[in-house]
Every structure is written in structure tokens, then in C-alpha cells.
Design a protein around this ligand. Structure first.
Ligand code: C2E
Ligand code: CA
Ligand code: CA
Ligand code: CA
Length: 275
């Protein structure tokens, strides 16, 4: 029994060692991938639930790894945050989005995800300002998506940073709304323009009346706060109709388009406009 116990411990030690090695290898790869610009932004449109007009698109990063192929942000953003690489990576993502925005003259705005750690960096505003200057993009064509975790820190600091960026013309979306910890008091104190309802609320509305009830309440809340309400994870016509009935403003999800590379996004948009 003792030997079996030792074997179990040995097994876990080996597994832990593998995990640590894997994490270090990933971080090391990521560090090199940034100067090599091994990333691509995919774009997913946001459309008006009533007119179907394209109001914007969200930029979603992918790592094009030379050996492993396409890697999901879920598999490297956490590591980028932990290692601090999110600062150069976030700047690269923002710069790429600004550069590509010149190829989307008919798209009103692009939303870029900003991780909490990135937002709270002391030089975040200067970095953004510099990129806007370098790429000659008007800030009113950019929306910054923050999650609730970004606001757990000092609310005064968060509000003043947001206001500084808003005075330049940027808008702000609160991402994944409903999944975090933010109280309504928080929400009222911060100058958000857009509320994005997390897709977990939309996913089961047809099967589960409680989910539908929650989704309805969250949409009403957003409207009561005078925010533009976006439903995420719209996968079916039913989802889209639900959002429309409840008075949400726009929709984003596979039913409309999956996230696609910039050239495909332009092709999709051109085709949509010409019918
Ligand atoms: P998110 O910001 O909530 O982005 C929405 C995610 O839902 C995307 O996953 C998108 O592909 C996926 N999605 C869109 N429509 C549907 C749908 O109808 N059904 C389902 N099941 N999924 C849908 P993705 O691209 O894998 O990104 C995952 C997360 O990684 C993002 O969640 C965001 O938190 C993070 N992320 C992505 N790009 C960036 C980035 O440039 N910077 C930072 N800091 N985080 C990013
Ligand atoms: Ca987002
Ligand atoms: Ca989201
Ligand atoms: Ca999410």
C-alpha cells in the first residue's frame, strides 16, 4: 500500500512537472511570438436587431503558431496576463486593429478586448494615445471592452481613466455582463456606453424559462441604465427574435457570422450590402 501511495505521489509530481514545463514553454514561445507578430485578428460583426445593419465588429485575437497552428486566445491570454506579456501583446493587438480599420471604411467601429491588467498599467492611456497618433485613427471608431474583473480594483481610478479615454472619443463596453461580481452601484458609477450580455444567458433561453427570465431582466437593466445592449452568442433565429422582442439593440454570434479574418469580413460585409 505504501508503494502504491508513493507511486501515486510520483504520478502527481510527474504531472505537475509536465504542467509547469508546458506553461514555461508556452510563455517562452509567446515571448518570441510578439516581436515576430505571429498573431491575427479575426472579426465578428455586431448587427442592429431591427435593421440588420452592421454597427461594428469585435476583434478577436488568434495566435498562428509556426508548428501548432491556430491557438485560441483562451489558451494563451491567461498566460500573457500572468507573465506580463499582455502589455506588449495588448499593444500589438490594438495597433493591428487600428491599422486594419483603414480597410473597413464602412464599418462604424471596432471593439477591442482589453484585459484588466493591461487597463490598469500606469502607461495604458499613453500607449493607446501613441498608437492612435501613429495609425491616424479617430478614437470614436474604437470601443474598448472591459470585463467586470477590471473594475474590482479601485473604482475611482477606473472611472477617471475611463473618463480620460472617453474625452478623447473612445467608447466603452462592459463585456460578459452577469458573469462577474459587479454590483449595480459599480455599474452606475462607471461611464460605460454598451452592455454585452454574456452568451451563457442567451444559450438556454428556449429550453429554460428561468434563463429567459434572467436574460430579460439583464436586458431591462441595461436599458434602464441607458446603455446600448448587445446580446452575445446568438446562434439561432430564435435567439435573435428573443433579443428583438426584449428590446436589446444589437446582436453578435455564429447565426450572424463566426469570427473571420479581415479579408473575409470585408467580403461578408460587401456581399451583405449588395444583397
Ligand atoms: P469574449 O470577449 O467574450 O469573446 C466572445 C467569444 O465567444 C469569442 O471566443 C467568440 O468566438 C465566441 N463566440 C462568438 N459568437 C459565438 C456563438 O454564437 N456561440 C459560441 N458558442 N461562441 C461564440 P474567442 O475568440 O475564442 O475568444 C475567447 C475569449 O478570449 C474572449 O471572450 C476574450 O475574453 C478573450 N480574447 C479574445 N481576443 C482577445 C484580445 O484581443 N485581447 C484580450 N485581452 N482578450 C481576448
Ligand atoms: Ca469581448
Ligand atoms: Ca463577451
Ligand atoms: Ca466571454
Amino acid at each position: 500500500a505504501k508503494a502504491a501511495g508513493r507511486n501515486t505521489i510520483k504520478f502527481f509530481q510527474d504531472e505537475m512537472e509536465k504542467t509547469v514545463k508546458y506553461k514555461l514553454a508556452l510563455e517562452n514561445d509567446l515571448r518570441q511570438a510578439i516581436p515576430k507578430k505571429q498573431f491575427e485578428l479575426y472579426y465578428q460583426p455586431q448587427v442592429c436587431v431591427n435593421s440588420g445593419n452592421v454597427l461594428g465588429a469585435e476583434a478577436l485575437v488568434r495566435w498562428i503558431h509556426p508548428e501548432k497552428g491556430l491557438i485560441s486566445p483562451l489558451d494563451f491570454i491567461p498566460s500573457a496576463e500572468q507573465s506580463g506579456l499582455i502589455h506588449p501583446l495588448g499593444a500589438l493587438i490594438f495597433r493591428t486593429a487600428c491599422e486594419q480599420l483603414h480597410s473597413f471604411p464602412k464599418i462604424p467601429r471596432i471593439s477591442v478586448n482589453i484585459s484588466a491588467k493591461q487597463f490598469h498599467a500606469p502607461n495604458f492611456v499613453e500607449t493607446i494615445e501613441q498608437i492612435i497618433k501613429d495609425t491616424n485613427i479617430s478614437p470614436d471608431r474604437l470601443e474598448l471592452e472591459l470585463t467586470e474583473s477590471a473594475m474590482l480594483a479601485d473604482i475611482e481610478e477606473t472611472a477617471s481613466k475611463m473618463n480620460e479615454l472617453k474625452s478623447m472619443g473612445f467608447t466603452f463596453a462592459l463585456d460578459d455582463f452577469g458573469t462577474g461580481y459587479s454590483s449595480l452601484t459599480y455599474l452606475k458609477q462607471l461611464p460605460f456606453d454598451v452592455l454585452k450580455i454574456d452568451r451563457s444567458f442567451i444559450a438556454n433561453i428556449m429550453e429554460d424559462p428561468e434563463h429567459a427570465g434572467i436574460a430579460t431582466a439583464v436586458i431591462s437593466l441595461g436599458k434602464a441604465l441607458d446603455l446600448h445592449v448587445v446580446g452575445e452568442g446568438v446562434e439561432t433565429e430564435d435567439h435573435l427574435h428573443f433579443l428583438k422582442r426584449q428590446g436589446a439593440h444589437s446582436a453578435q454570434g455564429y447565426y450572424i457570422s463566426r469570427p473571420v479574418p479581415a479579408d473575409q469580413f470585408i467580403a461578408w460585409h460587401t456581399q451583405r450590402m449588395t444583397g
